[in-house]
Design a protein around this ligand. Structure first.
Ligand code: GRF
Length: 198
């Protein structure tokens, strides 16, 4: 049975595009049913519409600090699309344990570091400042611990001596676009074997 996938974004949505294109390439166990953004003018919304995927916006700003109310609206909109899987892709809101209760076990996220290293923000800069020889990205199951769930895939690259945070981010993004679709293909059929890309 084809799994229904909703993708949550906040920005340009390049990972969302990679996921949708792979699902639309045929012979895929999942199909995209919704792209939801918390940012009304996120660039990814137009890209999703151009790919023929339904979109929705739940602007977090009117909810202020009431995360629960924001997430209740997100859940209401998501439930209308009836997804089996949620893919967070550049989604920049921290989710509460209540949201995990509702959607736990069905959520993936891509994080631009070799978890468990560098949870949180500014991962490229932190890898450079640490003098790491390699960097990468991880796709993990989303749990109540920020960037802490089981790791389902990682892609690695060597840090170059002249890399900056920006060049590292730019060199990493194409690896993200290969990793996330590969993990989703397995996750959609219940295969949690870790994907390793170099
Ligand atoms: C990427 O670095 C991704 O790892 C992180 O958000 C950034 C932007 O992603 N989650 P996208 O282009 O919006 O998919």
């Amino acid at each position: 049975m084809t799994k229904r996938v909703a993708i949550l974004i906040s920005g340009g949505g390049s990972n969302m595009v990679a996921l949708v294109r792979d699902m639309q390439s045929g012979d895929h166990p999942a199909t995209p049913v919704l792209v939801l953004s918390n940012v009304p003018d996120a660039g990814g919304l137009a890209k999703a519409e151009a790919l023929g995927v339904a979109t929705a916006v739940v602007d977090h700003k009117p909810y202020g600090k009431d995360r629960e109310a924001f997430e209740a609206e997100v859940t209401r909109v998501l439930e209308a699309a009836n997804p089996d899987i949620l893919c967070l892709a550049g989604f920049m809101r921290i989710l509460t344990p209540d949201f995990m209760t509702r959607w736990g076990g069905k959520m993936l996220n891509i994080h631009p570091s070799l978890l468990p290293k560098y949870k949180g923000l500014h991962t490229h800069q932190r890898a450079l400042e640490a003098g790491d020889a390699e960097h990468g990205c991880s796709v993990h199951e989303v749990t109540a611990e920020l960037d802490g769930g089981p790791i389902l895939g990682q892609a690695r690259l060597q840090i170059a001596t002249d890399d900056t945070a920006d060049t590292l981010a730019a060199r990493l993004l194409p690896l993200e676009h290969r990793l996330y679709p590969a993990v989703l293909r397995r996750f959609a059929v219940g295969d949690r074997t870790k994907v390793e890309l170099r």
